[in-house]
Design a protein around this ligand. Structure first.
Ligand SMILES: Nc1ncnc2c1ncn2[C@@H]1O[C@H](COP(=O)(O)OP(=O)(O)OP(=O)(O)O)[C@@H](O)[C@H]1O
Ligand SMILES: O=C(O)[C@@H](O)C(=O)CO
Length: 420
């Protein structure tokens, strides 16, 4: 095993695993901190999916360091800390404190910071993160239920969150090539700066950054920064040609479970809501102790078996705000996540074999409730979202969709891709 990655949420982990697979690596995705019984098969890269993005800082740091120690014990020579392409975090973390802890444990005084994912409209210029043509804080991330983003300056955000200082590696260095990046890194290090926020507006930029990252013990960022890493290993003859990812086996009925409240997920819900059996979950009913899971499953089983069904908690920012005022931000989210997890278990037990889950926290809750510990990565449905197959225990086909990813007709495409 050559490359070890730790992702702070489950959809982020499949996003990264997908990128590595698309770029020719054999990858195993593991759910949660592995132990001595965890089998990685023939993997050249392992992506460990944690649910640490919004966990208390100390817990996020502890889990990540445990995951790191396991990866190092397996022989990983380079570590990638994967966080969201929209830098989802608060002033306290968890990106900064986790990066600090990884740096300390790895004994390295420098790491790139690069959440760019151009295929999904996330670019970095002058250290500022854009979503499409908007600065991060002007995008729908402003109203994220758990990590509302109110800044776009990655140097400032990293300085606020971490113990180490951050500086900029501007696009002009990236355009000038890997040696210009290396020269800037040397200069930043000489100035006592240990995080290099690196501009990137295209996949070509990310490939250049990938070359510059060869030999770095720690890289931090989105899945985009991994695009060039397999080439480094290939150049050294360390990885074998990989076969194309196989589609998952997927007998049984199909369902979408959505907890993401992002603008993209809400558009995707609207796209199928008129045509597919659809049911909205209500946080107040869950809080009242109503039998929401049992009623929803009964409803699901009474729908035509040949139609995908859609179950969602997702709401617009106004409704989310009102709900959070009643129950608290974390509690409101948790109630919905737990309910969607319970529903997923009941549906799987009733023969649903294809599940699309929308939202990172939601995917974490669903995959954990299903007791899945490893995933095989299948073909890509949309940038950053592959089909996967539960390996341990063997089980349903799952597509874990990051909140903001996918076209408006993503849910239709997902099930259509299964048939092709
Ligand atoms: N109606 C609602 N009111 C309040 N919170 C809700 C509601 N519906 C869902 N939620 C919560 O909102 C949060 C959405 O986070 P989640 O990570 O699942 O989606 P996302 O942030 O859009 O996706 P990603 O992290 O992949 O970008 C979850 O905790 C979910 O339970
Ligand atoms: O990087 C992204 O945007 C995604 O992989 C993600 O982490 C969303 O939760």
């Amino acid at each position: 095993m050559l490359l070890g990655a730790i992702a702070d949420d489950f959809t982020g982990a499949t996003d990264l695993a997908n990128t590595l697979v698309q770029n020719g690596m054999r990858v195993t995705q593991i759910i949660g901190v592995p132990d001595e019984n965890t089998d990685i098969g023939q993997a050249e890269a392992v992506v460990i999916a944690l649910k640490s993005r919004t966990a208390p800082v100390a817990q996020a740091v502890q889990q990540t360091v445990q995951a790191l120690d396991w990866l190092l014990a397996q022989g990983a020579a380079q570590i990638l800390f994967k966080y969201c392409s929209t830098f989802d975090s608060t002033a306290e973390g968890n990106i900064g404190p986790v990066a600090d802890a990884l740096r300390t444990r790895l004994g390295t005084d420098f790491a790139f910071v690069c959440p760019a994912f151009p295929a999904n409209g996330r670019t970095i210029y002058q250290g500022h993160l854009f979503v499409g043509d908007r600065l991060l804080f002007e995008s729908s991330m402003r109203d994220h239920p758990l990590t509302p983003m109110r800044d776009a300056d990655l140097v400032r955000m990293m300085n606020a969150q971490s113990d180490g200082r951050a500086g900029l590696i501007p696009l002009s260095d990236v355009a000038a090539g890997p040696s210009a990046i290396a020269a800037r890194v040397a200069q930043l290090k000489a100035d006592g700066i240990c995080y290099g926020v690196v501009d990137a507006v295209s996949n070509e930029d990310l490939r250049v950054i990938g070359i510059a990252a060869a030999g770095h013990k720690l890289i931090t960022g989105g899945s985009g920064v991994a695009i060039g890493l397999p080439d480094n290993l290939r150049r050294e003859g360390l990885i074998c040609p990989a076969s194309l990812p196989e589609p998952p086996e997927a007998p049984g009925r199909a369902a979408v479970l959505a907890g993401s409240c992002s603008a993209a997920t809400r558009r995707q819900i609207a796209h199928v809501a008129q045509d597919w059996p659809t049911r909205k979950l209500d946080v107040d009913s869950i809080a009242n102790g109503d039998p929401v899971t049992a009623e929803t499953v009964e409803w699901a089983l009474s729908q035509p078996a040949d139609m995908p069904i859609l179950i969602f908690g997702s709401a617009d920012p106004e409704e989310v705000r009102a709900t959070q005022e009643r129950y608290g931000k974390l509690q409101a989210g948790l109630m919905m996540e737990e309910t969607l997890g319970e529903i997923a278990v009941a549906l799987r037990d009733e023969g649903f074999g294809r599940l699309v889950v929308a939202g990172g926290e939601t995917s974490g809750a669903v995959v954990s409730a299903l007791g899945i510990t490893a995933l095989r990565i299948g073909p890509e449905i949309a940038p950053g979202v592959p089909w996967t197959q539960a390996l341990a225990p063997s089980g349903p086909a799952l597509a874990l969709k990051s909140g903001n990813f996918g076209q408006d007709d993503f849910f239709r495409r997902a099930f259509a891709a299964m048939l092709s």
